[in-house]
Design a protein around this ligand. Structure first.
Ligand SMILES: [Zn+2]
Length: 389
């Protein structure tokens, strides 16, 4: 730490060190974005994984590639401790896969214009990976007394449900005192996400009995009617005020007119803000009983990601807000309707702060972009949190 800066608070010092590094941040960001990494294309994702690994190796960090059969490899990076053994661990989490298939770059090339940088996956969440990299570098540069080990995990399958990375994420989270998720922030003011709804999918299948609608209607059991009755019942469980939503997004049933429908199904999108509500919705689904005599119901599925509850994030958010204020920034918070890997770590009771990544807009769309001038401050905020957690 230079003597001239010794009087300013750490976050401000980190910010001053990072501001002139914006051109370097953009150079690394270009390398990451121009290496396309669709969740479902292993060869392309692996190439991007190599690009990410190369950048992190330059920071003298310990980079470990975790091979995957079907998706891109995961990357686990550990900050190298120079002095005494670490007392505790901090976990920085994100993903390098994107929802864009190979070739998207032709229509959405990487470009910087009017204070914004554009490209597939730039906001969700390659800029977040770059910010984390520079946060680690600036911590080394300013050399605050880091007592804890920092583990960074960049996964390859978040956009498709994190099936291959979930165990790894949970194992690392259990060893950690806090988790910072580099998912995009919300809105032009860069709100962090202090609550996320739990998300799931369930299927309700109705078995009735086919019969001639004209000759023997009394012998039939109409599965479509039964499904309609069940959906009317389920719709009443929606409770916007408490963040509970159940939506039948797909319905199918019957075969043709003149035949009483034998089978019908609905696919339900489930969301809840609290773990107790998540369990209640699942229990109610399992407890559904037929309205029409003889009809049979079957329910499969349920919540895939439990909610990230605000109480898990509150203390970390308060510290982030305090550190941001030292950089003359006011940091706000919001609730996200969708899930992320932060839902898994929060459900284990590990303090988790999500939406720590880039400031921008248009995730998963053709105008996805970030505000480049926010990058140094977001990196400084992460670095300050890592130095003080
Ligand atoms: Zn994401």
């Amino acid at each position: 730490m230079s003597r001239a800066m010794a009087d300013s608070p750490l976050p401000l010092e980190l910010l001053q060190l990072l501001k002139p590094q914006l051109p370097d941040m953009l150079r690394v960001l270009r390398r990451l974005v121009t290496s396309e990494s669709p969740s479902l294309e292993k060869a392309a994702a692996d190439r991007c994984c190599s690009v990410v690994a190369r950048e992190w190796r330059k920071s003298a960090a310990c980079v470990e590639r975790i091979p995957q059969k079907h998706h891109g490899d995961h990357l686990r990076i550990t900050s190298v401790q120079e002095k005494s053994p670490p007392v505790g661990q901090l976990f920085v989490l994100g993903h390098y896969d994107t929802v864009y298939s190979t070739g998207t770059l032709k229509q959405m090339p990487f470009r910087v214009s009017g204070g914004k940088a554009y490209g597939p996956g730039i906001f969700d969440m390659k800029a977040g990976i770059v910010q984390a990299l520079f946060a680690l570098q600036v911590l080394r540069q300013s050399n605050p007394q880091m007592k804890k080990r920092i583990v960074f995990l960049w996964t390859s399958d978040e956009e498709i449900g994190s099936e291959s990375s979930r165990k790894l994420i949970e194992t690392e989270a259990r060893r950690s005192d806090a988790v910072f998720v580099l998912e995009p922030s919300f809105g032009s003011r860069g709100l962090v996400k202090t609550a996320r709804k739990g998300v799931g999918t369930a299927e309700l299948i109705v078995q009735g009995r086919a019969s001639h609608a004209g000759l023997a209607p009394e012998e039939g059991i109409n599965a479509v009617h039964e499904l309609a009755a069940q959906l009317t019942r389920i719709e009443k469980w929606n409770d916007t005020r408490h963040g509970i939503s159940i939506n039948a997004d797909i319905v199918e049933g019957g075969t043709r007119t003149n035949v009483i429908a034998e089978r019908a199904r609905a696919v339900l999108d489930l969301r809840a803000l609290r773990a107790a509500d998540m369990r209640r919705v699942e229990n109610r689904l399992r407890a559904l009983r037929p309205v029409h005599t003889g009809a049979k119901l079957r329910v499969t599925g349920g919540f895939d990601r439990p909610p990230l509850e605000r109480k898990i994030c509150a203390a970390l958010f308060a510290r982030a807000k305090y550190l941001a204020r030292q950089m003359n920034l006011s940091l706000g918070e919001c609730t996200a309707g969708g899930g992320s890997d932060g839902n898994f770590t929060g459900a284990l009771g590990i303090p988790t702060l999500d939406g720590m990544g880039a400031v921008g807009d248009g995730a998963h769309s053709d105008h996805e972009h970030i505000f480049i001038n926010a990058m140094p401050a977001r990196a400084a905020l992460l670095a300050a949190l890592l130095a003080s957690s």
